[in-house]
Design a binder for this molecule. Sequence first.
Ligand code: PLP
Length: 399
Amino acid sequence: MSHLMNTYSRLPVSFTHGKGVWVWDDAGRRYLDALAGIAVNTLGHAHPKLLRAITEQTGRLIHVSNLYRIAEQEKLADKLCAISGMDNVFFCNSGCEANEAAIKIARLYGHRKGIGAPAIVVMDKAFHGRTLATLSATGNRKVQAGFEPLVPGFVRVPFDDMEAVRRVAASDRNIVAVLVEPIQGEGGINISSMQYLRELREICDREGWLFMLDEVQCGLGRTGRWFVCQHAGVLPDVMLLAKGLGSGVPIGACLARGAAARVFEPGNHGSTFGGNPLACAAALATLQIVEEERLLENAERMGTLLLSGLREQLAGTRGVVEIRGHGLMIGVELDRPCGALVGQAMAAGLLVNVTMDTVIRLLPALVIGETEARQILAMLVPLVRDLLAQPAAASAARA
Ligand code: PLP
């Protein structure tokens, strides 16, 4: 009997080591990792410079406490503010914790404005985490069911729909913020229009709301710029990061700007492990290596190669609903459940994921090269074609 709590439907494979975009299982089989730990391993596996930075830091100091000044944390906050245009940073350990910090900032900001029951506009199909507040902000009943009563204070609207936000603005005086993923990851690689992000910025300015972007999955270089909001030319008031920030070492961050940056005071928020020297050294090294190795450019080039390759090679294939993506964040939506494809890809030596039952998701490391990107296409396209060649009921039954 396993002593692990029954929280995941795990695939029957166990990995022992990795190098770049490759990982090996305990039987010595090699896999091309097109998922990178769900957008976490920015630098792929076992990057020598990251390894050196982590090893050096471990030998010096792993953890102290936020009771003291932490030089690595100050340096990382400086760097994150320099690349984002934000003013300050709170460090935590995960994406949901970063979102929790944002929700608390929005509520405190509202209370200070005299709003007794502050509410945040959130989106259909959003994913913000699995703590009680973040699952309440999440737009997926599967994540929420059984955990009621949900945390109140969220008003849900359709994603990428400016009219819906305007209607809420006209009718609800308790709104204090909008929380949105510029590209929804768990929700199926749904990409908001850049105009939508700009209009959200405008309405937040007009209404005195905080514009809060959850870039936990889509940020940190994956789309060819550090952050998706930079493609739209807008700055949020609050931005959330985690996943790729430490390239596998757990670290999350809540970045704030202007009034939002002045909301928290000592005693309002905290985290024991948040921003410890080891996690910050990993994040500092990650950011430095992304710059040194020009991985933003690489993400854009490899993303274009993958997206155009998929579009060309699957053009006219019945059952492909849409192929969408931005940089190395790509979804292939089919007209039927395709969970079975994950196992088939694994058998072929490729790691991918399916989200929302029908969307094949690719999130490879930013270090991926052209040969490897072409290998993904060569492995994935025939699997998609085969799956779609079967009657829909048969592929659904296997999912
Ligand atoms: N926000 C987004 C956009 C995410 O994709 C995720 C995780 O998938 C989270 C928040 C939650 O992050 P974590 O699992 O680190 O708590």
